[in-house]
Design a protein around this ligand. Structure first.
Ligand SMILES: *Cc1c(COP(=O)(O)O)cnc(C)c1O
Length: 373
């Protein structure tokens, strides 16, 4: 029997190299509270990502919550229903009200025209996602934010290392939030970060993630504990050494999928929109009417044969019980997101996915294409 293939597998550096870094942590006895590896990782990431300031976090969700808090967001937050549930949970956790707006049918990112149409006097922020690492329409969204004086926070959990026409996509908006969860392109087991524009923003966010401490005896805010530990930071430094190689391997898999699925009726590979450097974090395909089975049947067909794609993002966030009763959750107002949630399947893609596995996945899709249901 061949082994099961899952949608992703974390990329791990050589264990021996991690042991060396662990040795230093043991020698120093500094385990957390912005220790030397934490500081080194912040500096290395600023330079790798070409961004001015980064504040590391223990995960992306706490980073999203602190980003909303740092900008004092209260009221309605315009966001996408087509994302991982943490995007909207952060809004609700802050006591704000999510307002779902439909996505563009091609990019599956928030449609700027619909954002603008949804703005009311209660709109406090816009929280778009760079879905699958494909940049949102940052110029249009930033312009809307400026025009209406509404802060823009990008959920950039999928967009590590992604560049658009003007450099890192992470420099757009007021803040951008990264996730370094095990399933992401760059991981620290668990982790995250806020990309800040100014030193003042970073200083305030650093205080918020450290209980609101402003020096040894002074607490200026009801902060939280969002700090990244030395173990996670050390692992991140090691990952960073190998991340270009990892993205390169993802790119090769992406290229094979595109070449070998081209012309398969009813299977459409999503095109990347506007970035000059991609990270190939996901490989979404869209199953159309010309395919002999629908997306869910194909999903089960593949699982029964040992390949486990994922239906990112199904169900829509707006369908979950805590969001369903919001006026903006009405599926009638979200036709493009509803269609994407029913038609998109994310194929396995990760650096250690070998050529034979890609061959097997492609052959399975070609074989499914010959079957009726
Ligand atoms: C992974 C993810 C998050 C949450 O990040 P964690 O580090 O797991 O807390 C938030 N938003 C999106 C879009 C994600 O994919």
């Amino acid at each position: 029997m061949t082994d099961d293939i899952y949608v992703t597998r974390p990329h791990l550096p050589p264990l021996e190299e991690f042991k060396d870094l662990l040795g230093k942590i043991w020698d120093r006895g500094v385990l957390t509270n912005c220790g030397p590896y934490h500081e080194e990782l912040e500096a290395s990431l600023c330079s790798y990502l070409n961004v001015p300031h980064i504040s590391l976090f223990n995960n992306g969700t706490v980073a999203l919550i602190v980003a909303l808090r740092a900008l004092g967001i209260k009221g309605e937050v315009i966001t996408t229903p087509y994302s991982f549930v943490a995007t909207t949970h952060a809004i609700l956790w802050m006591g704000c009200t999510p307002v779902f707006v439909d996505v563009d049918p091609v990019s599956l990112n928030l449609d700027p025209a619909r954002i603008e149409a949804a703005i009311t006097e209660n709109t406090a922020a816009i929280l778009p996602v760079h879905c699958y690492g494909h940049p949102a329409d940052v110029d249009a969204i930033d312009a809307i934010g400026l025009k209406h004086r509404i802060p823009v926070i990008y959920d950039a959990a999928h967009a590590f290392g992604v560049e658009c026409h003007c450099g890192s996509v992470l420099t757009h908006g007021d803040l951008s939030v990264l996730s370094f969860h095990a399933t992401k392109v760059f991981n620290t087991f668990e982790g995250g970060a806020i990309v800040c524009r100014t030193p003042e923003q970073k200083r305030y966010i650093d205080q918020l993630k450290n209980f609101g401490h402003d020096g040894e005896t002074s607490v200026i805010e009801t902060g939280i504990n969002g700090k990244m530990s030395e173990i996670n930071a050390a692992f991140g430094l090691l990952q960073l050494k190998y991340v270009d190689e990892a993205i390169g391997r993802r790119a090769a898999i992406d290229k094979r999928y595109r070449a070998e699925l081209a012309g398969l009726p009813g299977v459409q590979c999503l095109t990347d929109t506007g970035q000059s450097r991609q990270n190939h974090s996901y490989f979404p395909i869209r199953i159309g009417d010309a395919f002999p089975m629908n997306r869910d049947d194909l999903f089960h067909y593949m699982k029964e044969r040992g390949v486990h794609p994922r239906r990112y993002f199904y169900p829509l966030i707006s369908n979950f019980s805590m969001y369903r009763s919001l006026p903006s959750s009405d599926p009638a107002g979200l036709p493009n997101a509803v269609a994407a949630a029913e038609e998109i399947l994310c194929l396995p893609i990760y650096p250690d996915l070998d050529d034979a596995s890609v061959t097997r996945i492609v052959a399975m899709l070609h074989e499914a294409a010959t079957k009726g249901t």
